[in-house]
Design a protein around this ligand. Structure first.
Ligand code: HAM
Length: 426
């Protein structure tokens, strides 16, 4: 039997409804924040990710889906959304816009060749935002608030916001020097990857999953101790603004993030729910003031985050949060024989065009199994058209919950459903 690729999943049934519900929420939320919808290609030139995310990151060195197209160009399925949005910002010359900052949101599939496990897929969906053009710490706080308010809106309680800062380029360089000095005597105690990272990108050592629990990692210098005055002030303001919005957070000096483009604020929101499992980071993000120049654009600050949709849905399930998804249909239409089928079909279209969710029998079921089917579909009403109904231009309607039965003139069906469906909302 043909099977889906490892680390991917199919969407159907209730899960599909949940996803559509979530997508609608995202759209409404982003309208409230006045963010603009962006959609960029699922594949981009490989160079974009190599330059954007950093050659030494796990994502670029081990996890990308790369291919050569038929024109011999090196392409990569996007492992994340930021690089593509930045490319689009530069290519479409949005930096020239008088409307700064440009505030973007996006939603779509990302691809990483990771070892699949619960909460970790090879194809997964992200919802993210990116704001270009303002270095104001207010924007760092706003971006964090978007993520937190989405979780709040969905009713998710078990979340924890962790923030840290890497500082500006000068602070980052000072910190890098301190790390090189610190790790030098311990090189033999580190894993092979970390020894490589030591020469190429020592910050990455702190992101190591193999050595994470070792004391040498825990006692390593902290970014916060290497900040210059501007960077300290920036971070202080971010905290002030978060407090103003009543967003609880903790400063976690170990957050350095798995991508190279960050400067200043970095943050992660984790699911703080018992039994959730190791892949508990629902959201990650931060400021990246050098990424736009690294990708060939003019000096422009940026800040954003991305939320993993699968992990978010799992968190909602863990907290037993019922989403307001539409289960069931308003009416199910049954024709008693072949003769009334066309009338049933016309009625079906008429009702649908008037805004009702309906369906009919396509399997020539008998009456009993049609009623069963209407229950499986959670139909509120069953509409029956038989010989009598056709002759007298009437419809027989049954309330599937109360089992009450009505006979009405066909022309009143819309009014009837409008009125009776109102009872279900009470
Ligand atoms: P990231 O931390 O690599 O950041 O990913 C963000 C979120 O995507 C993670 O917190 C997680 O919820 C989800 N995620 C990542 N990998 C997987 C996976 N293999 N399976 C399931 N979910 C996953 C970024 O991608 C940055 N672009 C975020 C950002 C935007 N920074 C600034 N702007």
């Amino acid at each position: 039997m043909l099977q889906k690729p490892k680390g991917t999943y199919d969407v159907y049934g209730e899960y599909g409804k949940k996803i559509l519900y979530l997508e609608a929420i995202l759209q409404t939320l982003m309208e409230k924040y006045n963010y603009e919808y962006f959609r960029t290609p699922i594949f981009e030139a490989s160079e974009l990710f190599h330059r954007g995310l950093g050659e030494t990151t796990d994502i670029v060195s081990k996890e990308t889906y790369d291919f050569k197209d038929r024109g011999d160009r090196f392409m990569t399925l996007r492992p994340e959304g930021t690089a593509g949005i930045v490319r689009s910002f530069i290519e479409n010359k949005m930096y020239g816009s008088p409307n700064m900052p440009v505030k973007a949101w996006y939603y779509g599939p990302m691809f990483r060749y990771e070892r699949p496990q619960s909460g970790r897929f090879r194809e997964f969906y992200q919802f993210g935002v990116e704001v270009f053009g303002s270095n104001d710490p207010l924007v760092d706080a706003e971006v964090i608030s978007v993520a937190v308010n989405l979780f709040r809106l969905l009713g998710l309680k078990g979340i924890k916001v962790n923030i840290n800062t890497l500082g500006d380029t000068e602070s980052r360089n000072n910190y890098r020097e301190a790390l090189l000095k610190y790790f030098k005597p311990y090189l033999n105690d580190l894993c092979e990857d970390c020894r490589n990272r030591y020469t190429k990108n020592p910050l990455r050592i702190l992101d190591c999953k193999v050595d994470a629990d070792k004391d040498i990692m825990k006692n390593a210098p902290k970014t916060i101790d290497y900040l210059n005055i501007e960077s300290k002030e920036h971070f202080k303001k971010v905290q002030e603004y978060l407090k103003a919005l009543e967003i609880d957070f903790e400063i976690n000096p170990n957050i350095v993030r798995g991508l190279d483009y960050y400067t200043h604020t970095v943050f992660e929101v984790e699911a703080n729910i018992q039994g959730f499992g190791s892949q508990n980071v629902l959201c990650g993000g931060g400021r990246y003031n050098n990424l736009i120049t690294n990708l060939g654009g003019p000096e422009t600050p940026g800040v954003g985050f991305a939320i993993g949709i699968e992990r978010l849905l799992t968190a909602l399930e863990f907290e037993k949060i019922e989403l307001d998804i539409n289960i069931g249909i308003d009416a199910y239409i049954i024709s008693m024989s072949e003769k009334e089928k066309i009338e049933a079909f016309k009625l079906l279209q008429n009702l649908r065009l008037n805004g009702f969710n309906c369906d009919m029998d396509y399997m020539n079921r008998n009456l009993k199994s049609n009623f069963k089917q209407s229950e499986r579909l959670n139909a509120k009403f069953v509409i029956i058209i038989g010989e009598d109904e056709l002759k007298n231009d009437i419809l027989t309607i049954k309330n599937n919950i109360t089992k009450e039965e009505y006979k009405i003139d066909s022309c009143y069906i819309i009014n009837f459903l409008d009125e009776k469906l109102g009872d279900f909302d009470e």
